[in-house]
Write a new protein. Structure first.
Length: 312
């Protein structure tokens, strides 16, 4: 059995939360489908880039809005509502619990609220891409701000079982991430017992078919703002390879779709957090711009390692 699925066996009440915001929660759809089929209770949450003040929904605590197919709100960009719409069109009522980007101390309060409300015993952070694996001294960190706020808060959270899964190996080259160091991170986490294996999403799996339908629906509702990560994951899972462009948003760049892109890479959250060199710079922060300054302060103290090409 895949170590992640074995580690999840004791969990009965699980939150799947997008680590980096926006479409990251959509990357959790295959896990949501699989875990629900195992008889577990599962909730979806998202750090939202939408204007939540325009939306309707039940408030949970100070920061969380329960978004569903009837929430209305931002018509320009609201992937969480469109994901709930997709579930509703399939006959299910699945809300997405949304909150704005904030520093780790606020994010911790948000996670604690959901632990209390849903009596959670498991948390899975889902990253679309693999830049959450960067420890901090690589030549480029991708887009770390929201990922690190989520990771720092989750590391401080008291819940029995915590995990990180990444979907989209290679897509972060679009943000200049060096994948030599992605593989180094996986090897290092494996050496310390915190790597929980990889799970391929293949075209004949119902979980992948659900992901494909969800991505196509949500992207159809956000024309011009389709997810580069998730459209690439789906295209790779369908067998496309190399410089294939599933969205015109990437037409001016060079892509490398590959079979690893449609694989979940799975980790123990606390082990990944321990590996991060600058998480302690961020943990006491309340605002996202405080976190931005913390990252900049850390980067001013180091000399990044050199870029390395994969020797293939």
């Amino acid at each position: 059995m895949l170590p992640l699925l074995e580690a999840l066996e004791p969990c009965q009440r699980i939150l799947i939360a997008g680590a980096g915001g926006g479409f990251d929660v959509v990357a959790g759809v295959p896990l949501y489908e699989y875990l629900r089929a195992q008889g577990k209770q599962v909730w979806l949450a998202s750090l939202s880039f939408s204007e939540l003040s325009k939306a309707r929904g039940r408030k949970r605590g100070t920061y969380i809005l329960e978004v569903d197919a009837d929430s209305g709100g931002d018509e320009d960009y609201f992937p969480e509502r469109y994901l709930s719409e997709w579930f509703w069109l399939g006959g299910e009522s699945v809300p997405v619990y949304c909150y704005k980007a904030a520093g780790p101390m606020v994010m911790l309060e948000i996670y604690q609220q959901m632990v209390r409300d849903f009596q959670l015993d498991g948390l899975i952070l889902v990253d679309g891409g693999t830049d959450i694996l960067m420890r901090g001294d690589e030549p480029a960190l991708g887009t770390p701000l929201e990922d690190m706020c989520s990771l720092a808060a989750a590391e401080m959270l008291e819940v029995a079982h915590k995990f990180v899964v990444c979907l989209g190996f290679g897509v972060d080259a679009f943000h200049e991430v060096c994948h030599h160091y992605v593989l180094e991170a996986i090897a290092d986490l494996n050496r310390h017992g915190d790597y929980l294996g990889a799970l391929s999403l293949t075209g004949d799996m119902p979980e992948f078919q659900a992901l494909t339908e969800a991505v196509e629906y949500v992207c159809s509702r956000t024309p011009g703002k389709e997810s580069i990560v998730m459209t690439s994951v789906v295209a790779a899972g369908r067998g496309n390879f190399g410089n294939f462009h599933p969205t015109v948003r990437t037409s001016e760049s060079q892509l490398f779709l590959n079979p690893l892109m449609s694989m979940y890479f799975c980790f123990r959250l606390d082990g990944l957090a321990r590996r991060c060199l600058y998480l302690d710079y961020l943990k006491a922060k309340y605002g996202r711009w405080e976190v931005h300054r913390g990252i900049c302060n850390f980067l001013s103290t180091i000399t990044p390692r050199e870029w390395k090409r994969l020797p293939l």
